[in-house]
Design a protein around this ligand. Structure first.
Ligand SMILES: NC(=O)c1ccc[n+]([C@@H]2O[C@H](COP(=O)([O-])OP(=O)(O)OC[C@H]3O[C@@H](n4cnc5c(N)ncnc54)[C@H](O)[C@@H]3O)[C@@H](O)[C@H]2O)c1
Length: 351
């Protein structure tokens, strides 16, 4: 059986992880690496794969079956269009693009050419997030009323030595909250409007280190989420789930979903409910642990991308869906900046 040949553009932090995942997959093969950095050339040589200074020359030389784009976000649109022009499916790292205009331009190009773009919101492939969505969809919590979550981690000071992480767009909203927003959209549906506060009080950089956000979903569900990259805690999906690449596993929860008939803690998947007899606040609740399938999210993402390349599956999150997640994130930023409630529809006008 011939392996699916995947090229990687950008061999930085996440690009190298993709290279490792491809190397470990029995049905995939790393076709080449494009990255102008000298260390990327050495990295490619170490793996014994062709190295190119730019994406286009790599695509035209190695003719891969698919491409993983792990470039700085500002280059996503041009890289995505280069793949589409050559008929190549891509796995585009998140956020789908630097602006909504770029995100929707990529979505339209993908749609018009019939060439899929899978966006790298890897949590959508995680067993806990998938099970949370299924549990809600099956009505096991009854009508959903509210959701509450947190993402509290302590990034080291050295993380901010990289210039772009101290500049507009490098803060915890666009880097981290975007994943939580995507999960909430995936599990609970579209978000109608948001209100938010942000703070840079801990580090005093030009980017936020902490934020609190209120959401109203189109279903009427109300939710709240707090995020900080300056807190020592186990309350983040990465640490709590044990699914992320660079975090120790310390089982905890980061998301709580509340319905008329029960509540769900994610990712421990504790399902609290009254049992067959029913009851109310005066009665004890039953705690049931919903079983996870033990799969790993980044491996699942790659397996899905291979099926997208083969035409067996359509992207779990395509460029348009990725752009809609970006729209909510940008609504959060606008709400905090302007001190008002922002409708997500307002962000989507004219794009
Ligand atoms: N899904 C995830 O878990 C996850 C994690 C980290 C980053 N990301 C996303 O992945 C993307 C990359 O982030 P990163 O942290 O790996 O960044 P990075 O800075 O570590 O790596 C980017 C790489 O791209 C290379 N590059 C720059 N310009 C190039 C060009 N024109 N052609 C080819 N290569 C070029 C750089 O030399 C660098 O090696 C971003 O969009 C980020 O948001 C996703």
């Amino acid at each position: 059986m011939s392996r699916t040949r995947i090229a990687v553009a950008g061999a930085g932090v996440i690009g190298q992880e993709h290279c490792k995942l491809i190397g470990a997959h029995p049905e995939a093969e790393l076709a080449g690496i494009a990255d102008p950095a000298p260390q990327a050339r050495d990295y490619a040589a170490g793996l014994g794969v062709p190295h190119f200074p730019d994406l286009e020359s790599m695509l035209d030389t190695v003719a891969p079956d698919g491409v993983i784009v792990a470039l700085p976000t500002g280059l996503h649109l041009s890289a995505g269009l280069a793949c589409i022009a050559r008929g190549l499916p891509s796995l585009m790292e998140k956020p789908v693009a630097a602006t909504l205009k770029d995100g929707f331009e990529l979505a339209r190009a993908s749609e018009a050419a019939g060439i899929p773009v899978l966006v790298g919101h890897h949590r959508r492939h995680s067993a806990d997030i998938r099970l949370a969505r299924e549990t809600v969809a099956r009505g096991r919590l009854g009508r959903i009323v509210t959701v509450s979550g947190m993402w509290w981690v302590d990034k080291p000071d050295a993380y901010f030595d990289v210039a772009w992480r101290r500049e507009e767009g490098g803060g915890t909203l666009l880097i981290n909250l975007i994943h939580d927003i995507d999960c909430m959209r995936f599990i609970l549906g579209e978000i109608r409007r948001v209100a938010a506060f942000t703070s840079d009080r801990v580090r005093g950089l030009a980017v936020e280190d902490t934020a609190s956000v209120s959401f109203e979903f189109e279903s009427g569900v109300l939710g709240g989420f707090t995020i900080s990259d300056a807190v020592a805690s186990p309350y983040s999906w990465e640490r709590a789930s044990g699914q992320a690449l660079y975090f120790p596993h310390q089982p905890e929860n980061y998301l709580f979903i509340g319905g008329r008939d029960g509540a769900l803690e994610v990712p421990t998947m504790e399902h609290w409910h009254h049992g067959p007899e029913g009851g109310d606040w005066q009665n004890e609740l039953v705690r049931e642990t919903l079983p996870l399938d033990g799969s790993q999210t980044y491996e699942n993402q790659l397996a899905h991308f291979l099926k997208v390349i083969d035409g067996e599956e359509t992207p779990v999150i395509d460029a348009e869906d990725g752009a809609r997640t970006l729209a909510v994130l940008l609504a959060v930023k606008k709400a905090a900046k302007e001190g008002r409630v922002v409708e997500v529809a307002e962000m989507l006008e004219g794009v």
